[in-house]
Ligand binder design. Structure first.
Ligand code: NAD
Length: 330
């Protein structure tokens, strides 16, 4: 069996080569994503795994299917870059790796939350300028004095809630489908409005869908406490970034940590040190002291990368051998 692994980063190769040897499968690496320019590399392969970040070109489903390939195994939990109906129409199975290490993202969300409530970025900037004073601009809050709202209490949200409960925070939650196990450390509210109204810090952990695009908009920010903290490690499109900037400017939001940004695809995870960033909103977010932007990196731990590589390759192989796979999403 031959599998082509698109979008391969250096840090993925060791795990992929170990898997290939163990499974007796030939795995070939390509650095770039699966696009109209690179799709013909698939000739002669049995299966494919991808790490797409930008929207998948609609024309590719038919081309991939015509090469006799039956699946696309995405090496991430998110699969919003694919049009599942179109893939199904062309007989292609799309799979993801739903749970490769929820702790990785949860621990990052907690780190980001601690950073913004403890002003670590402002403190470091002052120290670098040799300003060692204590003053009100860097006085912090303690997590144990806060009510934290977890929006989306699935795998990642529930671990985040459990860790923050360990810090002594009062943890409340909102989910369309409350999670019985999470009730051990958080209290559910019936509505989104109620949960955000009570919260000092809000951490977002739900998938992006048509229904929750811009759920965090000017109306919802208006219902929050003054000086609320926002952490988004889920998907950028859940937050209307311009409304967030207005809320930061008015003081409604004290600070935000954004590991995802609605228009991140051209930039994350790419090197723009020698290139111009045209997105003025992104530039403003990066420049602000009250916003901590990161490059969709919450998942990025050694454990998670190994599980993602193995998960993608396992699904690709499973479809070739059985005609379907456990992690199929369409
Ligand atoms: P999950 O499916 O286990 O949990 C998601 C929860 O959100 C579910 O309980 C679901 O009922 C709830 N939900 C869905 N729509 C909702 C809505 N409109 N209102 C309230 N609740 C809603 O998913 P997970 O594994 O915990 O992942 C959560 C999200 O984290 C993913 O969808 C992905 O977008 C994001 N993520 C980010 C990174 C990163 O590196 N930043 C990595 C992996 C996942």
């Amino acid at each position: 069996m031959k599998i082509l692994m698109y979008g391969t980063r250096e840090d993925e190769k060791e795990a992929a080569l170990a898997w290939a040897q163990k499974e007796n499968v030939k795995v070939t690496f390509n650095d770039g994503p699966l696009t109209m320019e690179t799709v013909d590399l698939l000739d002669g392969y049995d299966a494919v795994t991808t790490s797409q970040t930008a929207q998948f070109d609609d024309r590719l489903y038919e081309i991939v299917a015509n090469k006799g390939i039956k699946q696309i195994a995405q090496r991430s939990a998110g699969f919003d870059m694919f049009d599942l109906d179109l893939a199904t129409q062309h007989g292609l199975i799309i799979s993801n790796v739903p749970s490769y290490s929820p702790n990785a993202i949860a621990e990052y969300a907690v780190t980001a939350a601690m950073n913004i409530i403890r002003n670590t970025e402002k403190i470091q900037r002052k120290v670098r300028e040799h300003d060692f004073t204590w003053n009100k601009t860097i006085i912090s809050k303690e997590m144990r004095s806060m009510t934290v709202a977890i929006i989306g209490t699935g795998r990642i949200g529930s671990i985040t809630g459990r860790i923050l409960n360990g810090f002594g925070a009062k943890v409340i939650g909102y989910d369309l489908y409350p999670n019985e196990d999470a009730k051990a450390f958080l209290t559910y509210t019936d509505t989104l409005e109620e949960v955000v109204r009570q919260a000092d810090l809000i951490s977002i952990h739900m998938p992006l869908t048509k229904d929750n695009t811009y759920m965090f908009n000017a109306d919802l920010f208006a219902k929050m406490k003054d000086g609320v903290y926002i952490v988004n490690t889920a998907r950028g499109g859940i937050v209307d970034t311009k409304a967030l900037l207005d809320a930061l400017n008015s003081g409604k939001v004290a600070a935000a940590a954004l590991d995802t940004y609605e228009n991140e695809a051209p930039y994350f995870p790419k090197d723009f040190r020698d290139k111009e960033i045209e997105d003025k909103v992104l530039l403003e977010l990066i420049a602000r002291e009250d916003v901590q932007v990161s490059q969709h990196i919450a998942f990025y731990t050694e454990t998670a990368v190994m599980n993602l590589v193995e998960g993608g390759l396992n699904s690709a192989k499973e479809v070739v051998e059985t005609g379907s796979c456990e992690n199929r999403v369409n």
